[in-house]
Design a protein around this ligand. Structure first.
Ligand code: ADP
Length: 463
């Protein structure tokens, strides 16, 4: 079966890469070694030839009658005579003397002998030879001297070296490949282990985590990231579950009320006025249901990111004033007074309708949760590069432990009171979403004496 390269495990791919790179490196290294050794051998032969030349010169002597004699042939060395030799010619081409294996080599062409000593490589009698040829003066007369050495022994040694390299190389590569494979397996085993552990964590077992053997190494960091992801997933799942449960509960309550009214109306005959009242109550509950479903839909659009924002520069103070004016009727019903103070012309870039909703919900809460006749202060101020709307009320305030959670969906400090006031438990969740999607933030603090201060901050934009 043919396994595509990309499907091979990292272990196999790592080993293959390692073996290829190692082979290339070793081949280059072996070639360089071979070339260096050959060069070294060649140089040592040339040095020996140079020495041979000098000692051969010492064996030439002039006679009183003007001849030159060669005493080299008296030095017989049966061990080396096969592999080296010397020849001496007079300038007229007569052979003055010779020794060793020189007979195997062709005579020197005197015309090319030249004054300068020079090395040559030649093949004679099926063997390779290295020679050094030069002229020298003996008793004032010039003679041509050639010393030679067979290169066969050198070639044998070189082929030995080559053999060792050629046999050793595959062996080293195979051993290194095996070693690389074992190493890769050991290095990657924790990843396999991690995968097995991570697979164990399913939607039903999201509380489980993978083990982090050493949080400072790569695997440990990966495990930590995976655990973080699981933690976030778990919290999202929890939120979703709670939200679904809360939403079902919120939807069930008005439905139960409608059903109750309907059933009561069916049991006994009532006057038209009583029916009218029952229908009125039902419609009230239906209104509540409609508001709830609308709000839920809007939140889910927000979650899905499918809300189209049209952000434009707008005057935050002006917007807050508009909202306060439109909620004025509600405040008046409760004998409350809304005061507005602060900077004019403080500009932010936001979607007017969405931001308006956030401010509406906060001021609406201030009215709902403050007692009759209380006063509510809305201030617009600049804080560094932030434009801020602060809504201060004289309500019960929000206990420190609830300050984060009141922005959660369906969270209410006092469920009965919220419901009586017509609340769905979603107003602040919407406000938080609306502010954040416009790049701002919302928080609640305790008021100076009592009540609470809701603070919406947005980055200031150009007017
Ligand atoms: P609700 O529809 O219940 O008002 P919200 O999301 O607007 O829902 O508010 C969540 C909860 O936060 C409220 O039920 C209430 O307990 C608390 N809360 C909101 N605004 C105020 C406020 N101005 N003063 C005191 N508590 C508040």
């Amino acid at each position: 079966m043919k396994v595509p390269w990309s499907a091979a495990s990292i272990r196999v791919r790592m080993t293959a890469w390692y073996a290829v790179v190692l082979t290339l490196m070793l081949v280059v290294y072996a070639a360089a070694t071979f070339i260096a050794v050959r060069q070294e051998f060649q140089e040592s032969v040339d040095e020996q030839l140079h020495d041979d030349f000098e000692s051969a010169e010492g064996l030439l002597a002039p006679t009183p009658d003007g001849r030159i004699v060669w005493t080299g042939d008296r030095h017989h060395d049966p061990d080396n005579d096969e592999d080296r030799g010397s020849d001496v010619w007079s300038s007229s081409g007569d052979q003055i003397g010779r020794s060793g294996a020189s007979g195997a080599l062709p005579p020197v062409a005197l015309a090319t002998a030249g004054a300068q000593a020079h090395y040559d490589s030649i093949v004679a009698a099926g063997r390779r030879w290295r020679t050094l040829t030069g002229t020298t003066l003996v008793g004032g007369r010039s003679v041509v001297l050639r010393v030679s050495r067979s290169e066969e022994r050198l070639r044998e040694q070189l082929s030995e070296v080559l053999k060792v390299l050629a046999l050793g190389l595959p062996l080293v590569i195979v051993l290194a490949g095996l070693g690389g494979y074992v190493l890769a397996r050991r290095a990657l085993a924790p990843i396999d282990h991690l995968a097995i552990e991570a697979r164990r964590v399913t939607a039903e077992r999201l509380h489980e985590r993978v083990s982090v053997p050493n949080q400072h190494d790569e695997i440990g960091r990966l495990a930590a990231v995976i655990n973080d992801t699981f933690a976030r997933l778990e919290s999202s799942f929890d939120k979703l579950r709670r939200f679904t449960a809360d939403a079902s509960h919120e939807l069930r309550t008005p439905l139960a009320v409608i059903r109750g009214i309907g059933e009561a109306g069916l049991v006994e005959t009532r006057t038209p006025a009583e029916y009218k009242e029952a229908i009125g109550s039902m419609l009230e509950e239906i209104d509540r249901l409609t508001t709830l479903v609308d709000t839920l839909l809007r939140l889910s659009h927000g979650d899905a990111g499918s809300v189209h924002l049209s952000r434009e520069p707008l005057d935050l103070g002006q917007l807050a004033r508009d909202v306060a004016a439109s909620l004025g009727v509600l405040a008046e019903e409760r004998g409350q007074r809304i005061s507005i103070e602060g900077a004019e012309g403080l500009s932010v870039r936001a979607d007017r309708l969405v931001l308006r909703e956030a401010i509406t919900n906060v001021i609406d809460n201030a009215i709902k949760y403050s007692p009759m006749g209380a006063s509510i202060a809305v201030s617009i101020l600049a804080d560094g590069n932030q434009a801020v709307v602060e809504v201060t009320d004289q309500g019960p305030g929000v206990a420190a432990e609830h300050r984060e959670r009141i922005f959660d969906r369906f969270f209410r400090v006092d469920t009965a009171r919220s419901r009586d006031a017509g609340g769905t438990g979603l107003g602040l969740a919407i406000a938080k979403w609306a502010v954040e999607i416009n790049g701002g933030s919302i928080r609640v603090d305790a008021g100076a004496t009592s009540g609470s201060v809701f603070r919406i901050s947005l980055p200031r934009g150009q007017a």
